[in-house]
Write a protein that binds this ligand. Structure first.
Ligand code: R5P
Length: 358
């Protein structure tokens, strides 16, 4: 596989555990101002640091995502129909590859509507998008959209996922269903699941766990996170399942604990930043030329050549080849393919298809 594609993919499906936690906030492209996503910036900001990547549209990315925050973007590039229109499957590619490159996308995403009136159009769109995106080393995520009238069962979803993979999609996003192992096994590229409509939190955690256990590489979850009354505890609990091998009960306990902590510190959580916290000209704590705490050449705590704590060649704590604590190939604690404690497909404690735990 092309270096660029592999590199970008590894920012979406993390290389240490082959798992992905993508936060989906692209719903407005056909649903408009969906509940709890009315002001995307407000929804996204508190969750950004807990997801591995963000699935969004160019409009939301430009207006509502901090360009200086290092979050990999999976850019939805298809659209054209709305929830009140005649046929949701009537989609085209609406955002160009040039735009995806300008926006520094790690992948582009679009929907296919297998079995719908516009099946051919959307499948051909996918093939063309793969042709174009691969020229620039950009992976393509195909979403297997399911019309209201279609059954979300293993037979249909296997068909749709396999068709997406056959067209060259590098990741396929689909829905969880009974016998999900069959869907995963017959799709030669990684599968991640959408959360779907809002469920009670414990059910959404179970959905996550069951999908991973059946072989999914992760989740691209939206409503079950940001429509929760407690979005941050919810994303942390989902994250614990995806990346820390928590089972449903463990993740649920974590969720409850985090909600209780939130209740006991309402002030801190909901506090609007006071003027003195704002980085403006009148704020004494602002990193300005006159501020003694500013990391300047004269500040002893500045990481410069004369600072003993600076990670340089003479600093014993520096992560160097001779430092035993360095995460190197010879360090037994390093999360490598040979580390038995690594959450890999062969780790019995990982919620995998073969793990009977829970
Ligand atoms: C739907 O077409 C969008 O691609 C969403 O990103 C997707 O459905 C995942 O979001 P949710 O978890 O809310 O279903």
């Amino acid at each position: 596989m092309d270096w660029g594609i592999r590199n970008r993919l590894s920012r979406i499906i993390l290389r240490n555990d082959n798992r992905a936690l993508m936060l989906a906030v692209d719903h407005g492209y056909f649903l408009g101002p969906t509940e709890k996503l009315e002001v995307p910036k407000k929804t996204i900001a508190p969750l950004l640091k807990y997801c591995d990547s963000l699935m969004t549209t160019r409009g939301v990315q430009r207006t509502s995502v901090d360009p200086t925050y290092p979050i990999p973007i999976v850019l939805r590039v298809s659209g054209g129909s709305s929830i009140i229109g005649e046929d949701l499957s009537n989609e085209e590619i609406t955002t160009s590859i040039k735009e995806a490159i300008r926006l520094n996308a790690c992948a582009v995403a679009m929907s296919i509507f297998v079995g719908s009136k516009n099946e051919k159009q959307t499948v051909v769109n996918l093939g063309k998008l793969v042709n174009e995106a691969e020229e620039y080393g950009i992976p393509v995520l195909a979403v297997t959209a399911v019309g209201k009238e279609m059954a979300r069962d293993a037979r249909y979803l296997s068909l749709a996922c396999r068709i997406a993979a056959e067209q060259g999609a590098h990741i396929v996003k689909t829905y969880y269903c009974d016998d999900f192992e069959k869907v995963v096994q017959s799709c030669p590229v990684p599968i991640i699941i959408a959360g779907g409509k809002k469920l009670p939190e414990k059910d959404a955690l179970k959905l996550t766990y069951d999908a991973l256990k059946a072989g999914a590489s992760g989740v691209d979850m939206g409503r079950n996170i940001w429509q929760s009354e407690n979005p941050v505890p919810m994303i942390k609990a989902v994250r614990a399942i995806v990346h820390q091998n928590y089972n449903v009960d463990e993740a649920w306990k974590l969720y409850i604990k985090l909600c209780n902590e939130k209740k006991s510190k309402p002030q801190k959580q909901n506090q609007v930043k006071s003027k003195s916290d704002r980085p403006n000209a009148n704020n004494k704590n602002r990193p300005s030329a006159n501020n003694k705490n500013r990391p300047s050449a004269n500040n002893k705590n500045r990481p410069n050549a004369n600072n003993k704590n600076r990670p340089n060649a003479n600093n014993k704590n520096r992560p160097s080849a001779n430092n035993k604590n360095r995460p190197s190939a010879n360090n037994k604690n390093r999360p490598s393919a040979n580390n038995k404690n690594r959450p890999s497909a062969n780790n019995k404690n990982r919620p995998s298809a073969n793990n009977k735990k829970n």
